[in-house]
Write a protein that binds this ligand. Structure first.
Ligand code: ATP
Ligand code: MG
Length: 180
């Protein structure tokens, strides 16, 4: 599984529809301070169901909607589409490509789509469960949290690495079955 594309529209500084097409392997995004690099990683967290505005570096959820600039007026909807390549079947669905969309209106209403069909946030979380992606995992490490990870106790750091490597879920399953 890999992130194939990301489309941002009205999300934070991305007022116009912006398409990022990615290849398997490592992608580096470079640019001057304030050019929107972190906004891109925020968009990945957000489309995958993040509900805490603070984790998106905002005060309120509405802060993800393009607020206007000296050159452009604000918009009413933020939308992010994230397309995952699933030809290796990592995600437990019969699609070789999984597109997750999230939209949010200024009224606060949010909607999710999976491959174009309306879905619940729960459905998005379900598909990603076990994939190592999604909220609560360490697939995204923000600029600020790097320090706290580096300064954490060795056993806490080990748990973070095990979670990211997908070992933790097997350990938890083992513990569960031993208790039975
Ligand atoms: P650095 O290299 O300093 O980490 P960066 O490339 O990660 O910078 P971001 O934090 O992604 O930069 O982008 C910050 C910019 O996004 C700021 O100019 C901010 O005004 C703009 N921005 C954030 N939210 C919105 C919004 N809702 N509407 C318009 N612009 C926004
Ligand atoms: Mg940044």
């Amino acid at each position: 599984m890999y992130l194939k594309s990301l489309v941002l529209k009205g999300f934070k500084s991305f007022a116009d529809r912006s398409v990022l097409s990615l290849e398997p392997g490592i992608t580096a995004i470079v640019g001057p301070n304030g050019s929107g690099k972190s906004n891109i990683s925020d968009s990945v967290l957000w489309v995958l169901g993040e509900r805490n505005a603070k984790n998106l570096r905002g005060q309120a959820m509405e802060d993800v909607i393009f607020a206007g600039s000296s050159a452009r007026k604000s918009v009413g909807i933020a939308e992010v589409d994230l397309v995952l390549d699933n030809t290796d079947g990592t995600l437990p669905v019969d699609y070789t490509e999984v597109a997750v969309t999230r939209r949010m209106y200024r009224s606060g209403e949010s909607e999710y789509l999976i491959n174009g069909a309306l879905a619940r946030r729960m459905d998005v979380l379900d598909i990603l469960h076990d994939s190592g992606l999604g909220t609560g995992t360490h697939s995204i490490i923000s600029q600020g949290s790097l320090d706290s990870i580096l300064q954490s106790k060795p056993e806490d750091r080990r748990a973070i690495i095990e979670e990211a490597a997908g070992v933790l879920k097997h350990k938890q399953r083992k513990l569960k079955s031993q208790r039975k």
